[in-house]
Design a binder for this molecule. Structure first.
Ligand code: 13P
Ligand code: SF4
Length: 311
């Protein structure tokens, strides 16, 4: 029973006592973002996890992100407030099926989105994130054949924008697939001139209406640097918290789902992490992320390639 406990104060005390760093993704609840030591997109969070000298990494995001922290910093204790915080993209790509797909295309390079399990990373050549994919693709010879997993929308977006043919795995993100083109067009009509900023996990019928496409950090930078006053944001709406903090005079509207509001576009996995669970994880150092050493070493190779190729 946690009633009567000042969670923020206790989290602060434990963070110091344990020499812990709290890393959070932009899709986390505002109260988690506000007490984190660092909030970022998948690439920035990976870099932070690799560079930190803290002994404990409390990862407020989904499991694959915490796994990346453990793969890059195996000597650290990595905790995740809720071990059930998965990802529909990870679920859409079972490692054995991916290994068979890979084996069926031996002359292809396996470029894999970071939203996947450690086992899938271990079967991959290079990991990419939304913010690193374009830079990485530009360094791969044009005659090199590529398979891309697990997000067909993100893969399709980079295939279209770079002109590269890629064999796509059929996975998708349930959150970004839930935006409605009809409702988005209605919203645009209500806010003429408001730029649409979208994440490349959105299907093409949403991206077609976007003025900017990029990672969560890319979207944040775009809205903060633009002269516009009102924006339509087509990604998980918790990122709007950072936008409103940094630019309180601007208006940010979450892109709608079929019901006309953005509540159906909350990530149910990210939402599993709460302040209560973060406190318990720091107190008990559980649940902890473990990755078997053989998988870790192989997965690290494909992650290191991404970090090297993005400087
Ligand atoms: P980025 O933060 O890298 O844009 O990733 C978005 C996402 O869906 C994380 O699950
Ligand atoms: Fe996975 Fe989509 Fe949630 Fe990101 S928003 S963690 S891709 S389900």
């Amino acid at each position: 029973n946690l009633t009567g406990i000042d969670l923020r104060a206790e989290i602060d005390r434990l963070r110091k006592e344990r020499n812990a760093v709290i890393l959070a993704h932009y899709y986390q609840a505002p109260e988690i973002q506000d007490l984190a030591d660092f909030v970022g997109d998948s690439l920035d969070l990976s870099r932070k996890a690799a560079a930190t000298d803290a002994e404990v990494i409390a990862f407020c995001g989904v499991r694959f992100m915490a796994e990346v922290a453990k793969i890059l910093s195996p000597e650290k204790t990595v905790i995740l407030p809720d071990m059930d915080a998965g990802c529909s993209l990870e679920d859409s790509c079972p490692p054995e099926e991916f290994a068979r797909f890979r084996a069926a295309h031996p002359d292809h390079l396996a470029l894999t989105y970071i939203n996947c399990s450690a086992a899938v990373k271990a079967h991959s050549d290079i990991i990419v994130t939304s913010s690193s994919a374009a830079t990485i693709l530009s360094q791969i010879p044009l005659d090199q054949k590529i398979i891309f997993a697990p997000d067909r929308h993100l893969g399709g977006y980079f295939a279209r924008t770079t002109g590269r043919e890629m064999l796509l795995w059929e996975g998708s993100c349930i959150v970004h697939e839930a935006f409605s083109e009809t409702e988005l067009l209605k919203l645009k009509a209500q806010h003429p001139g408001a730029p649409v900023a979208a994440h490349p996990e959105c299907p093409v019928h949403i991206l077609d209406h976007a003025d900017y496409v990029g990672s969560t950090r890319g979207i944040l930078d775009y809205v903060l640097n633009s002269d516009a006053e009102t924006f339509i944001v087509a990604t998980e709406p918790h990122i709007i918290h950072q936008m409103e903090k940094a630019a309180p005079h601007k208006t940010f509207i979450g892109a709608p789902g079929a019901d006309g509001n953005c509540n159906c576009n909350m990530c149910p996995y990210m939402a599993l992490n709460t302040l209560e669970k973060l406190y318990i994880a720091l107190r008990d150092l559980e649940p902890q992320i473990h990755v078997d050493e053989e998988t870790r070493v192989k997965a690290k190779r494909s992650l290191d390639r991404m970090l090297e190729m993005t400087g």
